[in-house]
Design a protein around this ligand. Structure first.
Ligand code: ATP
Ligand code: MG
Length: 350
């Protein structure tokens, strides 16, 4: 069975981008895979060190996973800091990866802003920890939004360099398997991770600016639809969403150069499990004044049961904490096995 791994940071309100780009895919992958879904709290202190109510944030991500339909008994739901092997493997990967690789990451450039010298070292090394999150379980399939594509390519580069640099030790310890990388046979310890990004809304954009991704850390709450928003708030945000004055086109081609229109149609398509072309065959030629109320109805219908269940779960913190603790124990057992093998491959004395 393929091993699916993904994570979400406890950095604020979960939004529609997190749901459509990530969590909804997590749910769909459960049927045919072994899945590990993580609240990545170690990542959440890279951009901002001090958080108000970090515990509450961690619980709310776990509640969103479960409210969306993730089964924490069949699969694993836990918080990253409960399994110290993530940080341990990340240290090894810091020594495998090159500084130049990290400097090229667009997320680092965006989040560090102009004063890059003053960003935390953790923010620069973020992709190294992300590679460790996946590879400490020797995960192969990673459902994420399009913004994480570059980090997954880096995870492949790290795995590849580790496999090549330690080729002889991997053979000597008998821990590797033969894999094909392109046409090239490689004796590998770490597998090559596959990003799973496809879908009609791989990158949901801000409601205020169609060229920026919808983000938890955007200061404007009007820029995103939060999973915890009530129907009235969703309606207000969609009504206020930026658009252009034209009617909707009747074919997907006509969305080119209209980022706000493309975003709203993409959201409608994703929420209704249809293609953009199909949505436009219904709404083509109509004004946003007709399309927006339809989008409000659809968003409220899909999100309100999840919101209600999240609220219910968050009232019982002891229950959420027990789920996370149990998931952490099961994850740790697997991660310990990997770290023992990695120590042997590197040649540490244990
Ligand atoms: P932050 O601003 O703190 O980085 P975020 O909104 O980017 O928060 P993350 O926790 O970093 O959320 O990402 C969790 C998952 O959600 C990732 O798989 C990421 O690719 C996905 N994701 C985040 N934003 C979007 C978006 N706008 N559209 C689609 N997927 C997204
Ligand atoms: Mg992010």
């Amino acid at each position: 069975k393929p091993l699916v791994f993904s994570g979400v940071q406890p950095t604020g309100n979960l939004h529609l981008g997190n749901y459509l780009g990530a969590i909804r895919k997590f749910v769909a992958l459960q049927a045919d895979n072994d899945c590990i879904y993580c609240v990545v709290d170690l990542h959440s202190i890279t951009a901002q060190l001090v958080h108000e109510d970090l515990k509450g944030q961690i619980r709310s991500i776990a509640a969103a996973f479960i409210a969306s339909g993730i089964d924490p008994e069949k699969h694993i739901v836990f918080n990253q800091s409960a399994v110290p092997q993530h940080a341990e493997l990340a240290w090894i990967f810091n020594c495998v990866a090159r500084i130049g690789w990290m400097n090229r990451m667009t997320q680092f450039k965006d989040k560090a802003g102009k004063d890059r010298e003053n960003a935390s070292l953790g923010l620069l090394a973020y992709p190294s920890l992300m590679a460790a999150d996946i590879l400490v379980y020797r995960g192969t399939h990673v459902p994420v939004g399009d913004d994480q594509k570059q980090h997954l390519e880096l995870a492949r580069d790290i795995a590849m360099k580790f496999n090549l640099d330690f080729r002889d030790n991997i053979r000597a310890t008998g821990t590797g398997v033969d894999i094909l990388v392109g046409d090239e046979p490689v004796h590998a310890y770490f597998p090559m991770v596959e990003p799973m990004i496809e879908g009609p809304a791989p990158r949901v954009m801000s409601l205020r600016d169609g060229t920026k991704k919808m983000s938890k850390s955007d200061p404007s709450d009007l820029s995103r639809i939060n999973l915890m928003d009530d129907a009235e708030t969703i309606s207000k945000k969609i009504r206020k969403a930026k658009t252009d004055p034209e009617a909707l086109p009747s074919e997907a081609e006509g969305l080119k150069g209209r980022p706000e229109a493309e975003n709203l149609v993409g959201i409608y398509a994703a929420l209704s499990d249809r293609s953009k072309a199909d949505v436009l065959s219904e709404f083509g030629g109509q004004q946003f004044s007709t399309f927006k109320p339809a989008l409000v109805d659809l968003a409220v219908t899909v999100l309100s049961p999840i919101t209600a269940e999240m609220r219910r779960l968050m009232d019982d913190t002891a229950h959420i904490d027990a789920i996370l603790r149990n998931g952490g124990e099961r994850a740790r057992a697997r991660a310990e096995k990997t770290m023992a093998e990695v120590s042997d491959i590197i040649g540490f004395l244990r």
